[in-house]
Design a binder for this molecule. Structure first.
Ligand SMILES: [Zn+2]
Length: 223
């Protein structure tokens, strides 16, 4: 597989002891140049409609680097759902950023930019790379739309330590399977049932294999 990847892009996918970058690999696998992005969250003034900075671009491939709905590292740790901001109340959507176009308004609340969402389509699959250990993984993500809520179920987690990847796969019926290309090879080992494991800590780290590895990629599939 690595030889195949190297033929495609030798810089991103080297062979030998140089590790492959999972961001580059996932982006290459999931990138859909014709259709992306699916949408975005951004800051917007509810009074004058001034449009501020983009917070998150949604698509088949996403990278999370900062915590909180405004991606300002407000929290020491964040769930993926916090970073998406899909289910915030109107109050929670208010940022600390003043609108530059209505700073003279008499009501200061009108001057705060709020988190807004624009979705052109909802992806069928979302692969989210987690660049630090600050992120917690949700079992499900729910997009609240006007017509009906759209649910994304966790279907896989990849763990890495810079040298080797292992993974958990979660099937439709909630069964958790473990895979390690070195030790389990082409097989997956059953580990339990998603709803029977009360502690979500296992989602963040995999202690199986040679060393403890942290979650670096979560995969969700739309219901
Ligand atoms: Zn404004």
């Amino acid at each position: 597989m690595r030889e195949e990847l190297r033929r495609i892009e030798p810089t991103d996918f080297p062979i030998g002891t140089t590790p492959t970058c999972i961001n580059a690999l996932t982006s290459r696998m999931m990138g859909n140049l014709r259709h992306r992005p699916c949408g975005s969250s951004f800051l917007c003034c509810p009074s004058c409609r001034f449009s501020g900075r983009t917070i998150q671009i949604f698509g088949e491939f996403m990278q999370l680097t900062s915590t909180g709905p405004f991606h300002d590292d407000e929290y020491a740790e964040s769930f993926i759902s916090d970073c998406f901001g899909w289910h915030l109340s109107d109050h929670q959507k208010i940022s600390q950023v003043l609108c530059p176009d209505c700073v003279t308004a008499t009501d200061p609340r009108r001057c705060m930019l709020t988190l807004s969402m624009s979705m052109m389509r909802l992806p069928y699959i979302m692969c989210i790379t987690l660049n630090t250990s600050k992120f917690n993984i949700n079992h499900t993500l729910t997009y609240l739309s006007d017509d009906m809520d759209v649910i994304y179920n966790l279907r896989g987690i990849v763990y890495g330590d810079g040298n080797h990847f292992v993974s958990h796969l979660i099937t439709d019926d909630g069964k958790i399977w473990y895979h390690d290309g070195i030790t389990t090879r082409s097989h997956c080992l059953p580990e339990g049932q998603l709803e029977d494991i009360p502690d979500s800590e296992w989602l963040r780290t995999s202690s199986q294999g040679y060393s403890q590895r942290r979650a670096i990629l979560a995969v969700y599939i739309r219901n």
